[in-house]
Design a protein around this ligand. Structure first.
Ligand code: AMP
Length: 485
């Protein structure tokens, strides 16, 4: 059985089982199959042989799952887009993905109940299954293509490694569907006929409601960014009594601080904590390790673990030469989980992807090294950062700032505390200095920028300069700006 057949079989084996819980809405496996089949028939009828992607624009509605499966059952990849993104960004993604159509939950409801039935041709192993957009250094998001084979390689590894219990598992879904961390909870849950429990934006913004929802969730497997768990740990009651069934915390996407892991192990003595690592371009995660007391005692910072079977990780120097021993260099991933590339961008694809011993390989831009057979992440080669788990190219923020009419040039620097980015500061030179105060100027630029970029990419602070500091050889001195923070 491939992944799609595996998911569909739950409609027969347990049609009334809950596939998705989101707010007060539920979706059963029976409904998920019926509606996704309906949508697949609708799409096939409407677009025929044309296999352009289907954009799905929503938040955590059960319709999102229906649309994802409906699209792939009709042979088309889906492009998940979260409604928190500003319109300009959404339009860029739609244009760049060349989506045939962009579906909202309302439309999904209507189209998936259409009476049309007919043969559909689902995606095959090497066909694109989804396209996820991440920040691109030129100011335009780039779409990572993930095939069914990539996804299956990833999911079979996690299922084999984690051996989720046969009892009713409930997976926490914290990450938006437009962020590849959500692929882990979504497909682990659907493949095993379990329940996905989504927490929506309004819960995340209201801690009281959030803790109440978590307490009634029955979550057994927690999947989130470390930042989200850190935020929850601020409340002392966030402990076993609140989530008595939780057995696993699976983290990926950014550095897991030893203190976070230690606090979780102390507050949830029955649960395991796992650190996983990988870029969207290699399907969610490529390495993993269980963080227990022995690992905590031995390593700080924590390792990101061992590579999944069937995939190789090697460390290369600036010239692409493989490094041996424990030398530090660029982390490179080769295997069936590596994406075929970026949609519509052969140039970007050629720069980051290559063939390696008959496998697809990806240069992550991450620095790292092996020690005791374990991989350690040691920062970035370029200007990409993680802020609250979100992947941000500083160049993306800078390019969008430069596009504003008042801005001549801009440099964006992360404010670092305890080794992690806390916020962004923008250093800006203006085309013409108006009368308004710095405070007003900053406010205006921030709200203008908010029409182009998601909230998490907006600089918290703006500093206005007449000119940027230069290094001795005439380059912009980013280090001097960082020191001035
Ligand atoms: P994304 O494509 O959004 O998943 O971001 C991928 C990047 O996040 C990687 O290239 C790393 O820079 C970073 N990352 C992912 N997992 C970890 C981890 N466990 N520890 C440290 N950094 C991580």
């Amino acid at each position: 059985m491939n992944l799609l057949q595996r998911i569909d079989h739950w409609a027969t084996a347990a049609p009334e089982a809950i596939a998705h819980l989101s707010g007060d809405r539920t979706l059963t496996y029976g409904e998920l199959r019926r509606r996704s089949d309906g949508l697949a028939a609708y799409l096939t009828n409407r677009f025929g042989e044309d296999r352009k992607p289907i954009a799905v624009l929503g938040h955590r509605e059960p319709e999102m799952l229906i649309a994802f499966l409906g699209a792939v059952k009709s042979g088309r990849p889906y492009v998940p887009i979260d409604t928190t993104l500003p319109r300009t960004r959404i339009d860029q993604i739609l244009a760049s993905s060349r989506a045939a159509l962009s579906l909202t939950p309302d439309q999904i409801r209507r189209f998936s109940t259409a009476e049309l039935r007919g043969p559909t041709m689902p995606v095959q192993k090497n066909d694109p299954f989804y396209i996820l957009f991440t920040s691109g250094s030129t100011g335009e998001p780039k779409g990572v293509i993930i095939t069914l084979a990539c996804l299956e390689h990833f999911i079979s590894w996690i299922l084999a490694e984690q051996q989720f219990s046969e009892r009713a598992e409930v997976f926490l879904n914290q990450a938006p569907f437009s962020f590849d961390l959500s692929v882990m909870d979504l497909y682990c849950s659907l493949a095993t006929g379990r329940t996905l429990f989504s927490i929506s934006r309004d819960l995340i913004e209201n801690p009281k409601k959030l803790y109440r929802a978590l307490a009634s969730s029955g979550v057994t497997t927690w999947v989130s960014t470390p930042s989200f768990a850190q935020m929850c740990l601020v409340e002392d009651k966030f402990a076993e009594a609140m989530l008595p069934r939780v057995r696993r915390f699976l983290f990926c996407g950014e550095t897991l601080a030893p203190q976070t892991a230690a606090q979780l192990l102390a507050r949830f003595p029955q649960a395991q904590v796992w650190n996983m690592y990988g870029p969207t371009e290699a399907t969610v995660a490529t390495t993993s390790i269980q963080i227990d007391a022995a690992i905590l005692e031995k390593y700080s910072p924590l390792p990101v673990g061992r590579v999944m079977p069937g995939t190789e990780i090697f460390i290369v120097d600036e010239n692409g030469g493989e490094l041996s021993g424990n030398e530090r260099g660029e982390i490179t991933i080769a295997g069936p989980n590596v994406s075929p590339g970026y949609v519509g961008h052969p140039d970007l694809t050629a720069r980051a992807f290559f063939e390696y011993r008959g496998m697809r390989a990806y240069k992550t831009g991450d620095l790292g090294r092996f020690r005791d057979g374990l991989l350690f992440f040691e920062g970035r080669i370029d200007e990409q950062i993680k802020l609250s788990g979100y992947r941000i190219e500083l160049g993306d923020v800078e390019a969008n700032l430069r596009a504003l009419s008042a801005v001549r040039d801009a440099v964006v620097i992360p404010v670092i505390k305890d080794g992690a980015a806390q916020s962004l500061t923008a250093f800006v030179t203006l085309l013409a200095r108006t009368e308004t105060s710095d405070f007003k100027l900053a406010h205006n630029l921030r709200s203008e920028l908010g029409e182009r970029l998601p909230v998490y990419m907006l600089p918290r602070k703006f500093v206005f300069l007449d000119a940027f500091p230069m290094t001795a050889n005439g380059k912009m001195d980013r280090a001097a700006l960082a020191r001035s923070l």
